[in-house]
Design a protein around this ligand. Structure first.
Ligand SMILES: Cc1ncc(COP(=O)(O)O)c(C=O)c1O
Length: 326
């Protein structure tokens, strides 16, 4: 394979069969980390930049700014470095240290917002800061993943078709929601081309995206403290809200039982699948989307001390891990 852009370095659509999450049915886990940026967000970044360039909004001499809890920041840092756009990523203390260093290694500038907003999260503070910066600087282009329809279009054009091409008789698809770009784009494609498929949206307890009360969350990727504009476009048959503790347990368990190091949002999505075990028939075709893998979360999700400090109810998990590694 000979490619001219790093955005084109990626694997063929890849699904791994997991047999031990549900008692009988296999889950086809779609691995979206198999590209140069290590996450599903490379698709989003590529589509957003392509569309902004086509509209003439982004061109030589511009600088790019985005609010990201990690993965879109990494993907934009790769693409901006390749295209010589200086890049600034506005994030918050929940970003994993490895992700932050990766963005900086690619020449990106990190701004960490530490002031919580009125909803108890950081998203509104991050977006307010970007709005002020963009208003004061006409050369700064905001990719705005929470409201930019190029985000959902990326998944309408790629992720959705990739799933149905591999599994035309799809019974269930489980999709995690952050900006809701993956959910909005993928679900629309699936509903148009396979109306019988049940679409399950997965969100975190404490996220306000679909109307729940806001609460403290530590795991990046899924959930919001402010409803994203793209959420208005989301189609779903079911919404499952997962406690972060369930996501941690699932990730730790799959790592030891399958040798598959998953990112936290994949743990949430699999926990949602497990919740529906009574409704999913043994012969059902189930696809769940894994947005990224766990290597960037070694110092957080897979670090006993980090977990113990944030999730007192997981003390047993931390003790078990310590015992196993002693
Ligand atoms: C690891 C991870 N999982 C899930 C998501 C959610 O995807 P979306 O923003 O398309 O809803 C993201 C988004 O940043 C992510 O980084």
């Amino acid at each position: 394979m000979l490619v001219s852009s790093i955005a084109d370095v990626h694997a063929e659509p890849t699904f791994i069969d997991l047999h031990n999450v549900l008692p009988e049915a296999a889950i086809h886990l779609k691995l979206e980390a198999l590209n140069i940026a290590g996450s599903i967000k490379l698709k989003t970044a590529r589509q957003i930049m392509r569309d902004l360039e086509a509209q003439g909004t982004l061109h030589a001499g511009c600088r790019v700014i985005e609010s990201s809890s990690g993965n879109l920041g990494v993907a934009l840092a790769f693409l901006c470095a390749e295209r010589a756009y200086p890049f600034t990523c506005v994030s918050d203390p929940n970003i994993s240290p490895a992700t932050s260093r990766l963005i900086q290694a690619l020449g990106g500038r990190m701004i960490i917002v530490r002031e919580k907003d009125t909803q108890g999260g950081y998203l509104k503070s991050r977006l307010d800061l970007i709005r002020r910066m963009v208003a004061a600087d006409p050369g700064l282009v905001w990719t705005n993943q929470y409201a930019n329809r190029s985000n959902s279009r990326a998944h309408y054009l790629t992720t959705g078709p990739e799933i149905l091409r591999s599994f035309p008789s799809l019974d269930w698809v489980f999709i995690g929601a952050g900006t809701t770009g993956t959910l909005a784009g993928c679900a629309r494609f699936v509903r148009e081309h396979s109306p019988r498929t049940r679409i399950v949206a997965v969100d975190s307890v404490g996220s306000v995206t679909f109307g729940g009360p806001s609460g403290t969350r530590y795991l990046p990727g899924m959930g919001t403290s402010m409803r994203p504009a793209l959420a208005d476009d989301c189609i779903m048959d079911r919404l499952i809200q997962v406690h972060e503790e369930e996501a941690v347990r699932m990730c730790r368990d799959i790592a030891r039982r399958r040798g598959l190091l998953l990112g936290p949002s994949t743990g949430s999505v699999l926990a949602a699948v497990a919740r529906l075990d009574r409704e999913i028939a043994p012969t059902d075709c189930v696809v769940a989307i894994s947005p990224d893998l766990g290597d960037r979360y070694i110092e957080t999700l897979y670090n006993d001390e980090w977990i113990r400090a944030r999730f007192p109810s997981l003390a047993d998990l931390a003790t078990l891990d310590t015992a196993l590694t002693a």
